[in-house]
Design a binder for this molecule. Structure first.
Ligand code: ZN
Length: 374
């Protein structure tokens, strides 16, 4: 993973990784009422890793870099902005990865050096004893607060050192934007991002710079940006798009910046859609007979055709693509301008492709059977 392991970008190291112990999995399954076979796939943190960074900035940068590499939904629990009762501080990321065709839950815990030190001290002293005296709990919380202040002092020192290193003192709009970008995302921005944003930010006053700095870290604004992307592409926005949208939001309003982003995304979707439809249609077999031959020869390869002919659904339980034989046949008749297309539906059913269940058209046959048994 280029970027994540470059020590110059984020000073982080992986200290632990593990696959969940069966005994703890069984306990969790009982608590949540999972069947044993479900437990393996339902556990949020079947695979776990812990990453320790030098300081808090690097914790969030590591999060950014990791999220950028993962093309999947990530749930974040921020125990740094909202520490646990006893003073636990860390960032927890939960996501699912595909493994052997199934989704496996993963949890990555990211901590600063000092947060990790605290967790290690209190893990031994506190979590092992259930009925802990209130005063001892309070002391651990004090310790956590003191270490947090120390982390913040270290951050200020680091920022100051970074400023000294910038030749013009970082006063120009371009260098300020670059620095903000690097502060939040842990790497230099692409040139076009700086160019695009510096026009918009050229008239910023000190107050607006301050607002930009906090908006870049604002998780609810980030969620709204990602939402626009997720609806359109099923992915989160990349960090450069997020950056320019934040700059716009400060110059105009958040709503204006989001609707600007929405219109960019809409245009992209239309272009991709048209392009893909054209690409796929150009590959369509020349005749219905060729189509049926292709089903027999290479069933998987007809899925894109089924998709643009609106003959696919996704199993609500497993998300697998299901090809509806009858809809496909109907729509192929129309596409090839025929009276009937005998054989398509039979060919699909004999092809090994997954098809929707008769009674539960939004489930694959396997999950419909599971459902009937339950
Ligand atoms: Zn299914």
């Amino acid at each position: 993973m280029g970027g994540l392991d470059d020590p110059k970008l984020v000073r982080a190291r992986l200290v632990e990784s593990r696959i969940k112990e069966p005994s703890s999995l069984v306990r969790k399954a009982k608590q949540r009422g999972w069947r044993p076979d479900q437990a393996l796939w339902c556990a949020e943190d079947l695979i776990g890793a812990r990453v320790v960074c030098n300081n808090i900035e690097d914790v969030y940068r590591f999060q950014e870099l990791l999220e950028e590499k993962l093309h999947t939904e990530v749930t974040v629990q921020d125990y740094i902005s909202e520490p646990g009762d006893a003073g636990y501080r860390a960032l927890h990321l939960n996501f699912r990865l595909s493994s052997f065709g199934r989704q496996v839950g993963c949890e990555v815990q990211i901590r600063s050096l000092l947060q990790d030190a605290w967790a290690r001290l209190s893990h031994d002293d506190i979590y092992k004893g259930d009925d802990l005296p209130a005063d001892l709990r309070e002391r651990m919380k004090d310790l956590s607060d003191v270490l947090f202040s120390t982390d913040q002092i270290a951050s200020r020192v680091r920022k100051r050192v970074a400023q000294v290193r910038i030749p013009d003192g970082g006063k120009s709009v371009e260098s300020r934007l670059s620095r903000f970008y690097a502060d939040v995302f842990g790497k230099s921005p692409p040139d076009y991002v700086v160019r695009e944003s510096s026009d918009v930010a050229s008239q910023f006053n000190e107050d607006q710079w301050k607002k930009l700095s906090s908006l870049l870290r604002d998780s609810s604004f980030k969620r709204r940006i990602n939402e626009i992307y997720r609806k359109a592409f099923g992915l989160r926005a990349n960090i450069s798009e997020r950056f320019t949208t934040c700059v716009r939001a400060i110059a105009y309003t958040e709503e204006a910046a989001l609707s600007h982003l929405q219109s960019i995304v809409d245009t992209e979707v239309r272009e991709i859609d048209l392009f893909q439809r054209r690409e796929i249609l150009s590959e369509m077999p020349d005749s219905i007979a060729d189509f049926i031959n292709q089903i027999a020869r290479d069933p998987e390869s007809i899925i894109p055709f089924a998709e643009i002919l609106s003959a696919t659904v996704y199993c609500s339980a497993c998300g697998e693509v299901l090809v509806d034989p009858d809809v496909l046949e109907e729509n192929l008749v129309e596409y090839y301008e025929l009276e009937e297309a005998p054989g398509v539906s039979t060919a699909i059913r004999g092809s090994g492709l997954l098809t929707p269940d008769w009674d539960y058209p939004h489930l694959c046959v396997y999950h419909a059977n599971q459902f009937r048994k339950d």
